[in-house]
Ligand binder design. Structure first.
Ligand code: ATP
Ligand SMILES: Nc1nc2c(ncn2[C@@H]2O[C@H](COP(=O)(O)O)[C@@H](O)[C@H]2O)c(=O)[nH]1
Length: 209
């Protein structure tokens, strides 16, 4: 089967709201089964409420390194002192079925995906201010003060990569950012070449002499 699924890379500084936006998008009644989020592997410890296989595949460093050596990752990177990676096998299976994939990954991973899949579309999400970013990291109540300070310290260097992305949006009002994200994905899905593969039967009926 032709690979008609699209990879959507979503990056932001930690706490800008990408996981919340992705979840809200997937929860929309209008979202069909053709859009799914990739569950990454990570060596970071699970936060309260996070489930293995749902939020992440939680593995230790030796296991992660074994997966790197096996070529299991489409991309991987060290972020905030932990390793994170995207499973190649799962992505290939979904794309082959025409399923579009959302990748919640950092700029290092985004670069690796673009090198291998130039047709991937990338979206960078900015917070409305540095103060609001820190407020959100605190309000999430998932990380220690030390971890939050470490993430804030990396936020400027993460944001400096915004111009490597196809789309840039500011997550100020949540609903507005969600509508923008949804509009980007819908527009990319309507790409003529992809639609022509998806609707080849319809097109051949409509265009028959
Ligand atoms: N537009 C918004 N206004 C106010 N709060 C928001 C908004 N968007 C997200 N939040 C809140 O900000 C916090 C951080 O959001 P989220 O966990 O989605 O960020 P993230 O970018 O995925 O972070 P990380 O990179 O660390 O995974 C959450 O508590 C979320 O509910
Ligand atoms: N390069 C990759 N980055 C990833 C992946 N999965 C998540 N991430 C990024 O890590 C940070 C921190 O995430 P958190 O869950 O610990 O808050 C965030 O920027 C994610 O986008 C991945 O597979 N590859």
């Amino acid at each position: 089967m032709a690979h008609i699924g699209t990879l959507f890379i979503i990056s932001s500084p930690s706490g800008a709201g990408k996981s919340s936006l992705i979840q809200a998008l997937l929860d929309r009644p209008s979202t069909d089964g053709r859009l799914q989020v990739s569950v990454s592997h990570t060596t970071r410890s699970a936060r309260p409420g996070e489930e293995h296989g749902v939020h992440y595949h939680f593995v230790d460093k030796p296991e992660f390194k074994a997966l790197i050596n096996r070529g299991a990752f489409y991309e991987w990177a060290e972020v905030f002192g932990n390793y994170y990676g995207t499973s190649r096998e799962w992505i290939d299976q979904q794309l082959a079925q025409g399923i579009d994939i959302l990748l919640d990954i950092d700029w290092q991973g985004a670069r690796q995906i673009r090198e291998q899949s130039p047709s991937a579309k990338s979206i960078f999400i900015l917070p409305p201010s540095r103060e609001e970013l820190e407020r959100r990291l605190n309000a999430r109540q998932q990380d220690s003060a030390e971890v939050i300070q470490g993430r804030m310290a990396k936020a400027v260097s993460e944001m400096s990569h915004y111009d490597e992305y196809d789309y840039l949006l500011v997550n100020d009002t949540f609903e507005h950012a969600l509508n923008q994200l949804s509009a980007i994905i819908e527009a990319e899905r309507a790409n003529t070449a992809k639609q022509a593969v998806r609707y080849q039967d319809l097109l051949s009926r409509l265009l028959a002499e």
